[in-house]
Design a protein around this ligand. Sequence first.
Ligand SMILES: Nc1ncnc2c1ncn2[C@@H]1O[C@H](COP(=O)(O)OP(=O)(O)OP(=O)(O)O)[C@@H](O)[C@H]1O
Ligand SMILES: [Mg+2]
Length: 262
Amino acid sequence: MTARVYTIASGKGGTGKTTTTLNLGTALAELGKKTAILDADIGMANLGLLIGLERSKVTLHEVLSGNANISEAIYEGPAGVKVIPSGLSLKGFQKSDPDKLKDVISTLSEGLDFILIDAPAGISRDGVIPLAVADKVILVVNPELASMADALKTKALTEMLGRTVEGAILNRAALEKTEINRNKVSELLGVKVLEMIPEDPNVRLSAAFKIPVVIKAPNSPASIAFKRLAAQLAGVPFIEPDTNKKKESFVNRLARTVFGGK
Ligand SMILES: Nc1ncnc2c1ncn2[C@@H]1O[C@H](COP(=O)(O)OP(=O)(O)OP(=O)(O)O)[C@@H](O)[C@H]1O
Ligand SMILES: [Mg+2]
């Protein structure tokens, strides 16, 4: 078995690539899929920070500089997702050779179902290599024109490298009419919109707790969207949680605490 390798890219910074990599990866692991998430943003590593792995001694830096084996840089993450963080030091970044990423991914691929690669923003060498090593690229966009323009450039670059874009994720979507909506995104980018992830304060809150939102707030709007996307990629049906029922059970629980009884 070799893994399906998706690179999560955007062009523009701050669209939600790292958040998506972490939560989609965790949701795939929750579905029982053997999944690894890898921080290829070797200059501005963030993935480890989101789950408290920032002090890891061996990271992708050591692997890309030839000082460690990939097996030494794999950490156990939430729900059993395997995490390969990058280091925070500039020295480690300078020593890293991104050209080694291809071999790292093919070694890692053995025995896994999915590998998600968190790509850096921009189209520097560090940004281009993650596109080139993917089976498919997933674009994370926000509902604004600058994000669309950069995603379009990233799509063109992906195709120049002989790779294809699986689709786009419209992150931080609100339901205002003035916004660039699902159809518009698909029309502008010429790709399918795989999922819309709403703007959700639970995302930042969970980051502060260093826990993925799909675990910290599993029924929050963003978590439901991440899980729906994971089910889509894994090819399994998604059962929408009954959030009303959850509310009711909370009220029941409260009543039980206050009034006693069952
Ligand atoms: N759906 C969302 N709702 C609310 N906040 C979000 C959402 N998605 C991402 N964010 C917040 O937006 C910020 C940027 O997200 P993230 O770090 O995932 O982006 P990125 O594309 O990886 O950025 P960079 O290009 O710098 O690597 C973070 O503070 C994150 O918590
Ligand atoms: Mg990031």
